[in-house]
Design a protein around this ligand. Structure first.
Ligand code: NDP
Ligand code: HEM
Length: 491
């Protein structure tokens, strides 16, 4: 037994009357002065904070990243400075469209959000378990997500909304194909890969920029539920992935992932056959092979889910010296969106919450605001520059500026015919063609199961539009889905 402690109010007053209210006579009523009762009820009423608008259901754990291969010719980021170097980290995995109480096994992409507590600040890599995404312009994000949420009238999820949007936005096909394959229902969080998805930059000590893609390959091996198994699991144990991750870590069976990168020298980006900043495309491994970097191991559960996982806040904008953004429009949109979401969900001082706080020096002139829980700069000056505190601009951390051309500003068509931007079919088709027979059959079956739920007056129009996309990716794929739906493709 641990040392005995006394119950106290939030203000620290030890008290006894925890379970019985102060009443006039044995049978009540209650006196207004029972502050312990008020405090209990009032705090309870404020326990819920807004859930994440997407990725609301999730699980997380702490761990360690260890460098196994020297990549200093690409980046000067201190985290990668030498083989063997270890960095503390946090991971949060999630589903996307469901609410906080939804089932872990639902067909959905999985979030793969990482926070590395590096000595040059926290670096967040906020990716998914797929290398591509449904859209490629952030202006379309809110509309897209609405189709994954509940219908305004029925208050139910709607396959009609989803397939309507996907069929009207053919750039979604690559991600939709992965979603409809068995990788759309991973067996928990340990058996899936993670991808930074966007193109990022690495900058080396000579200030040279390389474009990079991050791939975290699961060391547990890929393992998925079939569609039937995922539906069954949603009923039997909607928290399957949470339990699976938590228990393996508690038992010392630490899951790990191997980080690999693809690297494209800055100059090559101009002439590559695919637009390297188009989030609906991958860089084929034959063009840009995977280079090993290190290992991420999750080895410590959070002691308190709300404090450390629910309140965690990841932002693609959080980079560190030696790592940079790219012109990917989606990434550019996300740079603004996440800190804005955190200020709404957790408050202006969300970076003071211990799980989000940089464990190294934080020196700035941000002051005050709701929930200021640090010393708020103490007695020191609250303006820059000043003659007193000796805080200087970090000269040695000057950033390499992004290269912006003097092109005309315009609302450029995201799918215009430039370096493969309008080719929504070759890469998904390649993926279908490399699948084995079982994976192909399951893809067809899962897609038929989902598309057969398209309903209402536009059913035929939406179905035909989407069938054409499948057909253009691969004739066999289109024909097998049409056959499964019992319709003929109208060419
Ligand atoms: P490769 O044969 O070198 O790579 C194929 C990739 O496909 C592997 O990374 C493999 O991942 C992955 N894969 C296998 N089955 C699935 C699935 N059901 N869902 C998602 N990914 C899967 O070929 P290329 O690099 O030329 O790529 C061919 C196609 O593979 C691409 O068009 C793309 O659709 C897909 N892909 C490519 C990736 C890339 O970065 N180049 C990354 C992921 C997918 P694993 O090794 O984990 O089994
Ligand atoms: C969560 C916006 C695209 C991965 C979120 C949140 C917002 C958001 C507002 C909630 C943040 C919070 O409350 O903490 C957007 C926008 C996008 C976009 C505007 C496109 C323009 C993407 C893409 C990926 C991704 C392309 C992956 C490659 C994630 C993940 C989370 C998340 C993993 C959960 C992070 C966590 O675990 O806390 N997104 N998103 N998002 N997003 Fe996106």
């Amino acid at each position: 037994m641990s040392e005995e402690k006394k119950l106290t109010t939030a203000s620290g007053r030890p008290f006894y009357e925890k379970e019985d209210s102060l009443t006039v006579g044995r049978r009540g009523p209650i006196l207004l002065e029972d502050y312990v009762l008020h405090e209990s009820m009032a705090h309870f009423n404020r326990e819920r904070i807004p859930e994440r608008v997407v990725h609301a259901k999730g699980s997380g754990a702490f761990g360690t990243f260890t460098v196994t291969n020297d990549i200093t010719k690409y980046t000067r980021a201190k985290m990668f400075s030498e083989v063997g170097k270890k960095t503390d980290m946090l991971a949060r995995f999630s589903t996307v469209g469901g609410e906080k109480g939804s089932a872990d096994s639902d067909r959905d992409p999985r979030g793969f959000a990482l926070k590395f507590y590096t000595e040059d600040g926290n670096w967040d890599l906020v990716g998914n378990n797929t290398p591509v995404f449904f859209i490629k312009d952030p202006k379309k994000f809110a509309d897209f997500i609405h189709t994954q949420k509940r219908h305004p009238f029925t208050n139910m999820k709607s396959q009609t909304m989803r397939w309507d949007f996907w069929s009207l936005n053919p750039e979604s096909l690559h991600q939709v194909l992965i979603l409809m394959s068995d990788r759309g229902t991973p067996y928990g969080y340990r058996h899936m890969n993670g991808y930074g998805s966007h193109t990022f930059s690495m900058i080396n000590a000579n200030d040279e920029r390389f474009y990079v893609k991050f791939h975290f390959k699961t060391d547990q091996g890929i393992k998925n539920f079939t569609d039937e198994e995922s539906v069954k699991m949603a009923g039997e144990n909607p928290d399957f992935a949470q339990q699976d991750l938590l228990e393996h870590i508690e038992e010392g069976k630490f899951p790990s992932w191997t980080l690999k990168i693809q690297v494209m020298p800055e100059e090559e980006a101009k002439n590559y056959e695919w637009n390297p900043f188009d989030l609906s495309k991958v860089w084929p491994h034959s063009d840009y092979p995977l280079i090993e970097v290190g290992k991420m191991e999750l080895n410590k559960n959070a002691d308190n889910y709300f404090a450390q996982i629910e309140q965690s806040a990841f932002a693609p904008a959080h980079i560190v010296d030696g790592i940079g953004y790219s012109p990917d429009k989606m990434l550019q949109g996300r740079l603004l969106s996440y800190p804005d979401a955190h200020r709404y969900r957790l408050g202006a001082n969300y970076e003071q919450i211990p799980v989000n706080r940089c464990p190294y020096a934080v020196n700035n002139y941000q002051r005050d605001g709701f929930m200021t829980v640090t010393d708020n700069g103490g007695r020191s000056e609250n303006y820059f520059p000043n003659s007193f505190d000796n805080i200087t601009k970090a000269e040695e951390y000057k950033q390499k500026p992004p290269r912006v051309t003097d092109a005309e500003a315009d609302w450029y068509d995201r799918n215009a015919s430039v370096s493969g931007d309008d080719d929504h079919y070759t890469q998904p088709g390649n993926l279908f063609r490399l699948m084995n027979d079982e994976a192909k059959s399951n893809l067809v079956k899962n897609t038929v199961g989902s598309m057969s739920q398209i309903d209402g007056p536009k059913k035929e129009q939406i179905t035909q539009r989407q069938l054409m996309h499948w057909y253009k990716a691969d004739q066999e794929l289109g024909e097998r889905i049409a056959e499964g739906l019992g319709v003929k493709i109208k060419h």
